[in-house]
Ligand binder design. Structure first.
Ligand code: GLN
Length: 476
C-alpha cells in the first residue's frame, strides 16, 4: 500500500472502508508494516510493546462505524482482553485483563481495530517514557530525543503513521506534553467526560482518558466517540455529549485569554515567538486577545507532587504479589509483599509511593496533604474567575521547550517541571488541547488551549481555526 493511504485521516480511512473502497485488512497490513519498519534496528521507535498478529480474531472490525477498520494504538495502562496490560512495569509482566476498558470498547464499537499496546512511563509516572520497564520510546522527529510522556509510545505511534488515532491517559499532562513533542494533537477532556473504567488508576482525582490524533478533526472525532456517562465509573459525568467536530470557522466574538504566568521572562525566546505567531493567527480569525492572570500558578507543581503521589500510594497498594502479575517467593506473606514490590517497581514509582505515604502519614497529613487540597481549590478558582470575566478560552505554550534528548534530564524535579503548563488543567478538572504551532530547530512546538469544564466545543472551535490559520506554518 502506498504511503499516502496511511497518511489519510482516521475519518477518511473509516469512510473508505465503510464505502467498500478499501478493505479493512489492507489498513491493518499497512499499519503493521509501518510498525515493523519503524521499530527495526537499535534506534527503533519502541512505541508499541505488545502487538496483534494478522490472524488474531480481534483484528476484524466489530462494526462499520465512523472508525471502520481504522488502526488504533492503546496505551498499556488500559485493560484490553486479548493483549497484555502491563503499565510499562515488571510487576504486571504477562498480565492479561479479564475485562475491557470502556474507552477501548467504544472505539472498537465504532469499528476501530486495536493494533497494539503503546509504551509508557511505568504506571504513567514520568514525562519521557524513560521510566518504562521496556526501555524508552524514541521521538520520530529525532530518534535521539524523547517523545515525551508518560503516553510517549502512543504519541510516537501516531506521529510515525502507525495509527491515525491512539489512546493515552493524563494525570498531569501525559497526553498534551507528548503531543507537543511529537508534533501531533492531544486532548485532555473535562474530568468525568470519559469513563475511566478499565484505566489502571494512578491518581484517581486527576486521571483522565485522553486521545491523540494527527489533526484536530481526528482528535475531536476520537473524543466524541469515547465520551459519555458510564455506570461502571462513579466519577463519570451525566452530562450529554455535545458535537465536538465543529470544524473551522471565524472566531468573531471569541475572547482568548493569555495568562501572564505562562510566559515568564525565562521562557525560551523561540517558543515565545512561535506562540506570538499563533496569537496573531487567532486575532486574524477575529478573536480578541486579552492578557489575564492566574495568580496561583506557581504552586501547581508542588501541589500536584503532593496530591498525585498521595493517591498513587493508595492505588498501587493492590500490586502485592497476590492479585496480579509477578510474585517473589519469600518467608511469610509480609516478606513476599516486600520482595515482590521491591523487585517489581522501578525507581520513580518507588519514589512516588514513599512520597505519597509520607504526606498522608499521621502528623504530616495536615501540613502537606490538606494544605495541598486547599491550594488546589485556589488554582481551580483562578480558572473559574477568569472564565467568569468574559474569557472563553486560554492560550499558552504546552511545554517550556521542545523535545529534550533521551538521558538529558536525570534530576527528578527538573523532569517534573516539564509539566508546568499542563498540570493546572488536571488540578482544575478543565479540558485542554495541544496542537502543533511551529518548529524550533526543526523540532515541533505545541500550543495549548484551555476551556471551562464541559465546554469542549469552544475549545475545539478555537483549535480548528488555529490549525486552519497556521496551515503548513504549524509544521515548518
Ligand atoms: N509527568 C507527570 C507525572 O510524572 C504527569 C504524568 C501523567 O499525566 N500521567 O506525574
Amino acid at each position: 500500500m502506498s504511503r499516502s493511504l496511511l497518511d489519510l485521516t482516521a475519518a477518511q480511512l473509516g469512510a473508505a472502508v465503510r464505502e467498500g473502497r478499501t478493505p479493512a485488512s489492507e489498513l491493518l497490513t499497512a499499519s503493521l508494516d509501518r510498525l515493523a519498519e519503524t521499530h527495526a534496528g537499535a534506534d527503533g521507535l519502541n512505541a508499541i510493546v505488545h502487538r496483534v498478529g494478522t490472524d488474531d480474531a480481534a483484528v476484524q472490525p466489530l462494526a462499520m462505524g465512523p472508525l471502520a477498520g481504522v488502526p488504533v494504538a492503546i496505551k498499556d495502562n488500559f485493560a484490553t482482553r486479548t493483549l497484555p496490560t502491563t503499565c510499562g512495569s515488571k510487576i504486571l509482566e504477562g498480565w492479561v485483563s479479564p475485562y475491557e476498558a470502556t474507552a477501548v470498547r467504544k472505539l472498537r464499537e465504532a469499528g476501530a481495530v486495536v493494533i497494539g499496546k503503546a509504551n509508557m512511563d511505568e504506571f504513567a509516572m514520568g514525562s519521557s517514557t524513560e521510566h518504562s520497564a521496556f526501555g524508552p520510546s524514541r521521538n520520530p522527529h529525532d530518534r535521539r530525543r524523547a517523545p515525551g510522556g508518560s503516553s510517549g509510545g502512543s504519541a510516537a505511534a501516531v506521529a510515525a503513521g502507525i495509527a491515525p488515532i491512539a489512546l493515552g491517559s493524563e494525570t498531569g499532562g501525559s497526553v498534551r506534553q507528548p503531543a507537543a513533542f511529537c508534533g501531533i494533537v492531544g486532548v485532555k477532556p473535562t474530568y468525568g467526560r470519559v469513563s475511566r473504567y478499565g484505566l489502571v488508576a494512578f491518581a484517581s482525582s486527576l486521571d483522565c482518558v485522553a486521545p491523540f490524533g494527527r489533526t484536530v478533526d481526528d482528535a475531536a472525532l476520537a473524543t466524541e466517540i469515547i465520551s459519555g456517562h458510564d455506570p461502571l465509573d462513579a466519577t463519570s459525568a451525566a452530562h450529554a455529549v455535545p458535537a465536538m467536530r465543529v470544524g473551522p470557522g471565524p472566531l468573531a466574538g471569541l475572547v482568548v485569554g493569555v495568562p501572564k504566568e505562562y510566559f515568564p521572562d525565562s521562557l525560551m525566546p523561540e517558543v515565545r515567538a512561535t506562540c506570538d505567531r499563533a496569537l496573531e493567527a487567532l486575532r486574524a480569525q477575529g478573536a480578541t486577545i486579552r492578557e489575564v492572570s492566574l495568580p496561583h500558578t506557581p504552586y501547581a507543581i508542588p501541589v500536584y507532587y503532593i496530591i498525585a503521589p498521595a493517591e498513587a500510594s493508595a492505588n498501587l497498594a493492590r500490586f502485592d504479589g497476590v492479585r496480579y502479575g509477578m510474585r517473589l517467593e519469600a518467608d511469610g506473606v509480609q516478606a513476599m509483599y516486600g520482595a515482590t514490590r521491591a523487585a517489581g517497581f522501578g525507581a520513580e514509582v518507588t519514589r512516588r509511593i514513599l512520597l505519597g505515604t509520607y504526606v498522608l502519614s499521621a502528623g504530616y497529613y495536615d501540613a502537606y496533604y490538606r494544605k495541598a487540597q486547599e491550594v488546589r481549590a485556589l488554582i481551580a478558582r483562578d480558572f473559574t474567575d477568569v472564565f467568569a470575566s468574559g474569557v472563553h478560552v486560554l492560550f499558552t505554550p504546552t511545554t517550556p521547550t521542545p523535545a529534550f534528548a533521551l538521558g538529558a534530564i536525570s534530576d527528578p524535579y527538573e523532569m517534573y517541571l516539564s509539566d508546568i503548563y499542563t498540570v493546572t488543567a488536571n488540578l482544575a478538572g478543565i479540558p485542554g488541547i495541544s496542537l502543533p504551532i511551529g518548529r524550533v530547530n526543526g523540532l515541533p512546538v505545541g500550543g495549548q488551549l484551555l476551556a471551562p469544564a464541559f465546554d469542549e466545543p469552544t475549545m475545539f472551535r478555537a483549535a480548528y481555526a488555529l490549525e486552519e490559520a497556521l496551515g503548513a506554518e504549524a509544521h515548518r
